[in-house]
Design a binder for this molecule. Structure first.
Ligand SMILES: CC(C)(COP(=O)(O)OP(=O)(O)OC[C@H]1O[C@@H](n2cnc3c(N)ncnc32)[C@H](O)[C@@H]1OP(=O)(O)O)[C@@H](O)C(=O)NCCC(=O)NCCS
Length: 339
């Protein structure tokens, strides 16, 4: 029987339930250690648009059963020629053409929105780990997509974290960072640092290794920073932030963030860490990261794991993460396809 492809809508609980069922089936099979997507997260991800874009998903149904989904990450301010198209098919329905149909649907969507490139990610082998299911790699190769950025997700397991090493890392960083002081906040940044943070977040994409991904840096001003914060709050995503201020000038020159979902209390995501180029070499990266880890641990004692992504060749950030106790969890390839 032919597939039916229908949109996920927050006004249609069946569509959200189908979305969650597909995500869970794929996660359980392909990456069982990955954090779960709670129904509330799925609902909010689709309901609340962020300033950089919106998420729109569609379910593939066969005989009344959800067998796959595609999620489009649709940029709305920068990079308007690209789109994420993340296709997942449940294990029981693979190699039956569902992925192919969802891809055809994605191409139509891209044409409608004037997008010329598609991005997607799949699992990728990582040294020292059992080989993951490489269906996504085979599928991407079959589509003619190009591997463009090799990313590794690492996890810090707080139950087994070596606090003595973390403390030593922090003490070493403190010694090298005289002349800077720390500021911490939850969710929205203090007004006096908003301009510095807008500047730092605009730099992120140019400073972090982006492999062969063909993307322009977003233009971020204070208004957009505030819109992002508001979207995070509306998504029930709590942000723990630590910044380092250059005491002499009063400028915030380093910044890091860990987020957690209100509906998933065991898990945090270590997001951005950035140090302004002129202020590198003072261990500010390690300083803000450890301080922020301690911050979320004291505010959210139920959090037992923190995950983070790094480009496989981001050796400086990986060295800090490994010193804190982050260890590889899964590796991903980011694919790019010119249409
Ligand atoms: C990748 C995925 C979406 C493929 O879905 P699917 O419905 O099985 O794909 P299709 O049946 O339409 O396959 C289309 C073609 O891709 C290739 N392909 C797909 N899976 C493959 C596999 N496991 N081994 C070899 N080739 C494969 C084949 O060329 C296939 O054509 P064929 O069956 O006529 O030989 C599915 O395995 C999945 O959800 N994996 C986990 C998430 C993921 O990695 N998504 C893709 C990211 S790029």
């Amino acid at each position: 029987m032919a597939l039916a492809i229908t949109p996920v809508s927050v006004d249609d609980p069946d569509s959200l339930a189908a979305y969650c069922a597909v995500v869970k089936a794929v996660r359980d099979h392909d990456m069982p250690r990955w954090r779960d997507t709670t129904p509330r997260m799925a609902e909010l991800q689709h309901a609340i648009q962020s300033p950089s874009g919106r998420l729109e998903s569609h379910i593939a149904w066969r005989d009344g059963e959800p067998v796959g989904r595609v999620s489009f990450g649709i940029t709305t301010q920068d990079n308007l020629d690209v789109m994420d198209a993340d296709i997942w098919v449940i294990p029981a329905a693979r190699r039956q053409g569902v992925g192919r149909e969802l891809f055809e649907f994605s191409k139509q969507m891209a044409a409608r929105l004037g997008r010329k490139r598609l991005f997607a990610s799949s699992l990728w082998p990582i040294e020292g780990f059992p080989e993951p299911d490489l269906a996504g790699v085979e599928f991407a190769n079959w589509l003619g997509a190009k591997p463009s950025l090799d990313d590794v997700a690492r996890r810090l397991d707080l139950a087994t974290a070596d606090t003595a090493s973390i403390d030593a890392l922090f003490a070493g960083a403190q010694e090298k960072s005289a002349g800077y002081h720390l500021v911490q906040w939850i969710d929205a940044a203090p007004e006096e640092y908003a301009e510095d943070l807008a500047y730092l977040s605009g730099r992120l994409m140019t400073d972090a290794p982006m492999g062969e991904l063909n993307l322009e840096a977003p233009k971020i001003d204070v208004a957009r920073l505030r819109e992002s914060e508001a979207a995070m709050i509306a998504r029930e995503r709590i942000g723990y932030h630590t910044g380092a201020v250059h005491t002499e000038t009063g400028r915030m020159v380093a910044w890091t963030t860990i987020t957690m979902e209100e509906s998933l209390t065991w898990h945090g995501f270590q997001q951005i860490t950035i140090v302004e180029p002129e202020h590198r070499g003072h261990r500010l990266g390690a300083l803000v990261k450890v301080a922020n880890l301690r911050f979320i641990q004291s505010e959210q004692p139920a959090v037992t794991a923190i995950d983070t992504f790094n480009a496989a060749d981001n050796t400086y950030m990986i060295a800090i993460n490994e010193a804190m106790g982050f260890r590889p969890l899964y590796s991903f390839q980011n694919w790019q396809l010119e249409l």
